[in-house]
Design a protein around this ligand. Structure first.
Ligand SMILES: [Mg+2]
Length: 231
């Protein structure tokens, strides 16, 4: 039994922590008279990043740099550093595991599952989060888009997970339909969408199950696993 698990907004509150960062960034931008960057946030133009391959593999500071350079043709390196530093500090002081994350991972272990983390973003940022959250050792493998060069908008990372641990019984647990669920379907996994975080409320087209938290996700996996054992 193989379980692929997403990190951001599935195991930890990434969107919430990022929102705190942005809230702290707003007065900073206004003080620095960076009105265009302020409107970029206000008008939610960051949504354009959702489908960008780069956004899913870049380092966080590179991402901030990319956005600021999009908004301003020219930006001073020290200004940029100040912004990245502020965002990073506020982000990590607000980042935490959801309370059901550890019981979920332990539950999977007790079912004898191989657990593979399949996550977008850069190596540095994702590893820093794992270190900070203290959950790295739960995983039999880490597949990070910044390392493989492929985002979860493509099937590559899901196929890679399956190649590492060939198994007929595969589950994919994540919060995003067009990456986690679609990628899971590509490799014949049972897909379980946890509705929380940034993508909550979006239409679920590729999910076999839609659940509200990881307690329910574990129940689904347990039930499917037992049904298979009987069959
Ligand atoms: Mg996610």
């Amino acid at each position: 039994m193989l379980v692929l698990v997403d990190l951001d907004d599935t195991l930890c509150n990434t969107w919430e922590a990022a929102r705190y960062s942005v809230l702290r960034l707003v007065p900073h931008l206004l003080r620095r008279r960076k009105f265009r960057a302020f409107f970029y946030i206000l008008t939610a133009r960051y949504r354009e990043l959702e489908q960008s391959r780069e956004f899913h593999t870049l380092d966080f500071d590179k991402l901030v740099e990319r956005v600021m350079k999009k908004v301003y043709a020219k930006i001073q390196p020290d200004e940029l550093e100040e912004i990245t530093h502020l965002v990073d500090r506020v982000f990590f002081s607000n980042l935490r595991l959801y309370p059901d994350a550890i019981p979920f991972l332990n539950g999977l272990k007790s079912l004898g599952a191989k657990i593979v983390l399949v996550t977008d973003s850069s190596t540095k940022w994702q590893r820093k989060k794992l270190e900070y959250l203290g959950i790295k050792d739960y995983f039999d493998a880490l597949i990070i888009s910044g390392e493989t060069g492929h985002s979860k908008l493509e099937p590559h990372n899901f196929r890679l997970a399956r190649r590492l641990f060939p198994d007929d019984e595969v589950y994919m647990v994540g919060d995003r339909d067009d990456t986690d669920m679609r990628g899971g379907k590509e490799i014949g996994a049972i897909t379980i969408l946890v509705q929380r975080g940034y993508f909550r409320g979006r239409l679920a087209k590729h999910a076999d199950y839609v659940v509200k938290d990881l307690v329910e996700a574990l129940e689904v996996i347990r039930r499917e696993h037992e049904a298979r054992a009987k069959a």
